[in-house]
Design a protein around this ligand. Structure first.
Ligand code: PEP
Ligand code: MN
Length: 334
């Protein structure tokens, strides 16, 4: 619910509302407006009598949050959420570039690509150590060995790292190495995983499932937020439609829709959306123009030799050119 305070209400009046609802386990977000305070309240609605809150001193009115996702909604928190990792901020109005190989393939390979993307202007290094492959016979990732290479690449370049976690039991381990956890498209509704990540408090990027509606995606975010972890970044990576020329269909409209419905930052993944490197550049630029808080791109020095997703991977030189173009579009659009 949203509690709108009277203009003349004092900080003490607001504090007593917060204390009242937090006593029954609810979480709050207070917005200090120019002429009044507004308090967003989520969780444990059964224990709260909305009319009783409405009668408390200083309260102008109480409104229910209309969406099923509460903590993820703009109604609850009108100001943008900014997720901070190291010296990088996601959601503060400037565009963040995440780049690296689909999979961590080895120490030397990762260090090479990490230095290349850093030099080209990337802000965050990506690389999968646990890979959600459609076939159990495909390369499944290097596991903890891959996490160690990512940590070494962070040391060497200063770039924070993002990597996928698929198993709730592995959340503490991956948190030790990664700055941002990635929840892949196939796990958007893996509630055991989302609960474990919520409890960890660690920054996380939640990818949209290829069959997920925007509401289902935001409900996935709500699972994480319900544990008090608001360090959630959303990622649009393409959805399944009838078209087969591209790997998925890039739902670019999800970017402004999320901006309206939610306060969470939204990152675009054109690599997985289109699946072919030829189309990645134009879709990345479109995502920047559409207002994405960041893009995540797969980069590999030898895409033909990549252990996964080579078809959609950019070579470092092409990636460097794209970074310049995206920064130019960002400068025009923001
Ligand atoms: C990936 O980022 O390499 C990946 C597997 O992405 P998705 O979950 O979007 O398919
Ligand atoms: Mn991939």
């Amino acid at each position: 619910m949203i509690v709108v305070m009277k203009t003349e209400a004092t900080a003490e009046h607001a504090a007593s509302i917060v204390a009242r609802v937090e006593a029954v386990g609810c979480k709050t977000h207070t917005i200090e407006g120019t002429d009044r305070r507004v308090i967003g309240v989520v969780g444990n609605g059964l224990a709260l009598d909305i009319h009783q809150i409405g009668r408390m001193i200083g309260v102008e009115k109480v409104m229910p949050i209309s969406k099923p996702y509460k903590g993820a909604s703009r109604e609850f928190k009108p100001d943008d959420t900014i997720v901070t990792v190291g010296n990088v901020k996601i959601g503060n109005g400037s565009m963040v570039i995440m780049a690296g190989p689909c999979s961590v393939e080895g120490r030397t390979e990762l260090l090479e690509v990490a230095h290349a993307v850093k030099e080209a202007g990337a802000n965050i290094l990506r690389g999968g150590a646990y890979k959600p492959r459609s076939s159990p016979y495909s390369f499944q990732g290097l596991g903890e060995e891959g996490l160690k290479y990512l940590a070494e690449a962070r040391e060497a370049t200063g770039l924070p790292v993002i990597t996928e976690v698929m198993d709730p039991a592995l959340v503490p381990l991956v948190c030790e190495y990664a700055d941002i956890l990635q929840v892949g498209a196939r796990n958007m509704q893996n509630y055991a995983l989302l609960n474990a990540i919520g409890k960890s408090g660690h920054p996380v990027m939640l990818k949209r499932s290829f069959s997920g509606t925007i509401e289902e995606w935001l409900m996935g975010a709500e699972y994480i937020i319900s544990h008090g972890n608001t360090n959630v970044i959303l990622c649009e990576r393409g959805i399944r439609a009838h078209e087969t020329e591209t790997r998925n269909t890039f739902d670019i409209s999800a970017i402004p829709v999320i901006k309206q419905l939610s306060h969470l930052p939204i990152v675009a993944d054109p690599s997985h959306a289109v699946g072919k490197w030829e189309y990645v550049g134009s879709m990345s630029k479109a995502a920047v123009a559409a207002g994405a808080d960041g893009v995540i791109l797969e980069v590999h020095p030898e895409p033909d030799q990549a252990w996964s997703d080579g078809r959609q991977s950019l070579k470092p030189k092409r990636f460097a050119k794209l970074v310049t173009e995206m920064r130019a579009i960002e400068a025009v659009c923001r």
